[in-house]
Design a protein around this ligand. Structure first.
Ligand code: HEM
Length: 514
């Protein structure tokens, strides 16, 4: 779900592409692009073939696309036009432009671009994340919102969260006994993966470890608008990069896993109760005997949705928990305040349940502030314009890609006091929430394509952080000081930490099984 991954080695490839495309362009010089006569938004200067791509390249590969785009927006404005490879793209970097686009033109930008690698692994985008806007997508989104990820369903997975978080507490306790630091990055990754996997497929997967590896490998391959995705007409480039082969191989393996899981569920469904999300999907498929669904839910459709939820649900939650722990280590006074709240509210309880969380106001502010400074999907997910429209006096033609720099919006000094300081108090009584209407803060997106998994994600994040901070005190290992903690981020599926977070845990309140 990330975007542009471009490294130095790309320069030479870009040069070759430029030559080939230049020849193509010269031979077609009589054909005029329909967009050239339109008044497009301003943007940085473009090269004839590669467009604006060179503006995103850096000599040392240091700056990330959302950082670069934020810098460019300072020079060219909050509505900026770039040509990324073969695609005309607008980049939104202000609250006002985001509001205009999501409030007045959301339906025009409700499509996702067609990305060959994503289509391959999602059975032709027969799902929610990459699905083209239309009846099939609307039906699946409704199933997601009302059935798979509703508040009630999220509640029903409470015992999974309680059980997995308890296992995490035991693992950390064991690290203390062996006096080795905890690799909190790895532990939170496993936690997020286990919770989502059990919710989607239950405990019924043979060789679950390999299954999750395949899901991760596939996600990494489809994330990027790498060169092959940016120049889709150059099929040889995809071949050269080896992407097609890798994707085909992974897709086959992924499909075998998903198919076996689905078959097991089909064979074992004797009860009326849905044990996991695959059961829910099978029930909806069976109920279609009444013909309620606009288009029947197929086996492929179910497998595509299973992949969607596994892919979207794990890295995002993991990422937020990891950054929250990092920011708390960097800001000891915030750590002290959140731990005092937890210990005051929970009053020595050794068994913490989700019901105990309602009084944890400051913890919720800490999570909000983490999502402000570190939205996992820094540029949301790319949209594509399906109907031309006018925006701020500019013409936005059909087919234009739309990127919203949520990371830049949440760090803009025009909307935020001391935006680079981790200050959860800023949200106290502010009325700024996650609902996609406060456009300076949209970590879950906005409009029709907004995230349907917010309740699911927040439930895991809140419960895990509460327990980590309540049962243990935390120290940086080897005498490292908070100001020395490396907070650099790398661009991938989500904007994660570059280095793993290693911490020393000191048990404070004993933890017993629920
Ligand atoms: C803190 C955790 C999460 C964050 C910050 C997050 C953020 C996002 C964002 C920014 C988008 C794109 C919205 C847009 O294009 O406007 C998105 C889409 C999506 N997310 Fe999440 N997400 C999180 C957790 C989850 C979870 C746990 C699930 C599922 C269990 C999930 C499922 C989805 C799906 C299916 C979409 C595609 C929606 C569509 O295209 O209509 N997300 N998410």
């Amino acid at each position: 779900m990330g975007l542009i991954t471009i490294d130095l080695y790309c320069y030479s490839t870009l040069f070759i592409i430029s030559i080939i495309l230049l020849i193509k362009q010269l031979t077609r010089s009589s054909q005029k692009s329909s967009t050239t006569s339109c008044k497009l938004p301003p943007g940085p200067w473009q090269l004839p073939i590669i467009g604006s791509l060179h503006h995103l390249l850096t000599v040392n590969g240091g700056s990330l696309p959302h950082h670069k785009l934020a810098q460019l927006a300072k020079a060219h404005g909050p509505l900026m036009h770039l040509k990324l490879g073969q695609f005309s793209t607008i980049v939104v970097s202000s609250r006002e432009v985001a509001k205009e686009i999501f409030k007045s033109h959301d339906v025009c930008v409700a499509d996702r671009p067609s990305i060959a690698s994503a289509d391959a692994v999602t059975y032709g985008a027969k799902e929610v994340i990459f699905g083209r806007y239309g009846d099939n997508w609307r039906q699946l989104k409704k199933i997601c919102v009302l059935e798979l990820l509703s508040q009630k369903r999220v509640q029903s997975f409470r015992s999974i969260r309680e059980n997995e978080v308890f296992n995490l507490m035991l693992t950390i306790q064991n690290h203390y006994s062996s006096s080795s630091p905890v690799n909190i990055t790895e532990e939170l990754y496993s936690l997020a993966n286990n919770v989502i996997t059990r919710a989607v497929i239950g405990d019924r997967c043979k060789n679950q470890k390999r299954f999750l590896e395949v899901v991760e490998e596939v996600v990494e391959l489809v994330t990027g608008f790498d060169l092959a995705d940016l120049f889709p007409s150059l099929t040889w480039l995809t071949w050269l990069a080896g992407n097609t082969r890798k994707i085909r191989k992974n897709q086959r393996e992924l499909d075998e896993f998903l198919d076996a899981i689905l078959r097991d569920h089909e064979e074992e469904r004797h009860t009326e109760t849905d044990k996991d999300l695959v059961d829910v999907l099978l029930r909806i498929k069976d109920e279609d005997a009444c013909g309620d669904l606009h288009s029947p839910l197929t086996r492929e459709g179910i497998k595509a949705v299973m992949f969607d939820i596994l892919a979207a649900g794990s890295d995002t939650s993991w990422n937020v928990m990891e950054w929250a722990m990092s920011e708390l280590m960097k800001n000891p006074e915030v750590m002290k305040k959140v731990q005092s709240e937890l210990r005051e509210v929970l009053q020595g309880k050794t068994k913490v349940t989700e019901e105990d969380l309602s009084g944890l106001k400051y913890l919720k502010l800490v999570i909000k502030e983490t999502l402000r400074m570190h939205p996992p999907l820094t540029l949301l997910l790319p949209r594509e314009c399906r109907e031309a429209f006018e925006l701020m006096g500019y013409h936005i033609p059909v087919g234009t890609r739309v990127l919203v720099n949520a990371w830049a919006l949440a760090r803009d000094p025009e909307y935020w006091d001391e935006p680079l300081v981790f200050k959860p108090e800023r949200f106290e009584g502010s009325g700024i929430n996650y609902n996609g209407h406060c456009f300076e803060f949209i970590p879950f997106g906005a409009g029709r394509r907004m995230c349907p998994g917010m309740a699911f994600g927040l439930a895991t994040i809140e419960f895990a952080l509460a327990q980590l901070l309540y049962h243990f005190d935390w120290k940086l290992p080897n005498g490292l000081q908070p100001q020395d903690l490396d907070m650099s981020e790398s661009f991938g599926v989500t904007a994660r930490r570059t280095s793993s977070l290693l911490l020393q845990a000191i048990p404070r309140i004993p933890c017993s099984s629920i």
